[in-house]
Design a protein around this ligand. Structure first.
Ligand code: ATP
Length: 443
């Protein structure tokens, strides 16, 4: 399918991220470092909120999913057993004229350089994506180790430990959030393809006969999460069904998102059969089979995986939320052409409530209120500029509620709550403000 691209939107998102301190290049004062990104003050608030939302949805609200926080560097045999050392590679080609480097499977025409149009390309060659390091004082092959390329392998490796410690019976899942590293040939599209990124993965183990049922279950759960929790619009995401499957896989879908640079994979839901546990049994010599105590049957559990990138979710959330509102500008006495607004879900907005005193004389009382609210919500106290300018600053970072403390507030013990999306204002008593905001955020 032809890609629908909106380069202007991409530029606006990248620019907003830098300007407002969401995301910017790593090591920028040294010219940046390709494929690595830093999350600034608003960015890390939102990133953490998305991670917490995922964790809450996938682990905390389920009594049959356990958590894991494993190391980034594991025994090198883990990556031998998983196939990463021998097979985790992409085909790469270089343009001999302009020196651009490409992943062959991502080229529109693998015989032509998309940068300069030259046909003078090198023969495609394999390139392993594992990032390597050495553990111990000697830098030789024996001490070589890898930074994990995905967070799920330690889940398989620790399967027995977790099962025994948690006393879980099939079916149950194990989830992990953490950094993964891939030496991507061509990092691009902002944070979409990075060399260091965070994954949120869950492996759900069951009997083989239940595999397809749980594959369908998790697919639906994940779709509902994007619709209801991240508020993705219907035409913003779609399901891609894999027709060509890995030899061990039984079914696989990707949840794809309409990024400004075209449709791209956000999450995979995969029926991986018994492959991973079997591989680690074979390579470690430890039996990872499951014993059903009711029937006495011993078997290798089947696994359904849900695997999503946190950085890609972050970018998708921004693309789904970004809006330029031309009609609303005069409504609040502002004379600029457009109101830039992020329609973020209140649960993940970096700032949920901004407290704005109408005049400097009100700062002290307003700050008291801010400190109280800040115990319960992600809050910001802003005193600089006209109230209209302050609303705009909050709109641009997606703050759903601005609480204005005015000259009446001390007398009537009430404040004005201004809603980001409708720009409507409401008078709310300070005594009920906490509950009012809590209810609105959870709506
Ligand atoms: P792609 O085909 O885009 O390279 P993949 O199929 O290799 O992705 P998986 O190995 O299935 O990806 O990883 C699961 C998820 O991790 C992806 O859906 C994506 O959200 C995220 N992810 C993978 N590679 C990267 C990367 N280089 N940068 C950011 N996120 C990534």
């Amino acid at each position: 399918m032809a890609e629908e691209k909106d380069n202007a939107l991409m530029e606006k998102i990248v620019s907003l991220c830098k300007r407002r301190g969401f995301v910017f290049q790593s090591s920028e004062i040294y010219g940046g470092f390709n494929g690595f990104w830093d999350y600034g003050p608003y960015g890390c608030r939102m990133k953490r909120a998305i991670e917490n939302l995922w964790w809450h949805e996938m682990v905390e609200t389920r009594d049959n999913v356990e958590g894991l926080d494993s190391t980034i560097i594991c025994h090198p045999m883990v990556w031998k057993a998983s196939g990463h050392v021998d097979q985790f590679s992409d085909l790469m080609t270089d343009c001999k004229d302009c020196k651009s480097r490409f992943r062959v499977d991502q080229m529109e025409d693998p015989t032509t350089c998309s940068n300069c149009g030259s046909k003078n390309l090198t023969e495609p060659r394999e390139f392993n994506l594992m990032l390597q390091t050495y553990v111990g004082p000697v830098f030789d092959d024996e001490h070589k180790a890898y930074l994990r390329a995905e967070t799920c392998q330690p889940i398989f490796v620790d399967f027995n430990q977790i099962r025994v410690a948690s006393r879980q019976k099939l079916p149950f899942g194990i989830a992990q959030v953490g950094k993964s590293f891939r030496n991507e040939i061509n990092p691009r599209n902002f944070t979409f393809r990075s060399r260091e990124f965070t994954q949120m993965e869950m492996e759900f183990f069951c009997e083989e006969a239940q595999g397809m049922e749980f594959f369908e279950y998790w697919k639906e759960q994940r779709i509902n999460y994007y619709k209801n929790k991240l508020k993705f619009k219907d035409d913003f995401f779609r399901i891609y069904v894999h027709e060509k499957l890995a030899h061990y896989a039984k079914a696989a879908i990707d949840i794809e998102v309409k990024f400004p640079f075209g449709w791209g994979e956000l999450e995979g839901v995969h029926h991986r059969g018994t492959w991973d546990l079997s591989q680690h049994s074979k390579f470690s010599g430890q039996n990872l089979e499951y014993m059903d105590h009711d029937t006495g049957r011993k078997f290798m559990p089947t696994c359904i995986e849900t695997s999503v990138g946190l950085d890609r979710t972050f970018l998708a959330v921004l693309a789904n939320a970004y809006d330029e509102d031309k009609a609303a500008t005069q409504k609040e006495g502002m004379d600029e052409d457009v109101r830039i607004v992020l329609h973020l879900p209140a649960t993940i907005a970096p700032i949920q409530v901004a407290v704005l005193p109408l005049s400097k004389k009100l700062n002290e009382n307003a700050e008291k209120l801010y400190k109280e609210l800040n115990e319960h919500f992600r809050c910001e106290f802003d005193v600089t500029g006209s109230i209209g300018k302050r609303y705009r600053r909050q709109d641009e970072i997606g703050t759903p509620f601005c609480v204005t403390f005015d000259f009446e507030s001390a007398a009537d013990n009430a404040v004005t709550v201004r809603h980001r999306d409708s720009m409507e204002q409401e008078r709310v008593s300070i005594d009920s403000l906490n509950k009012y905001l809590q209810d609105k955020i959870n709506e």
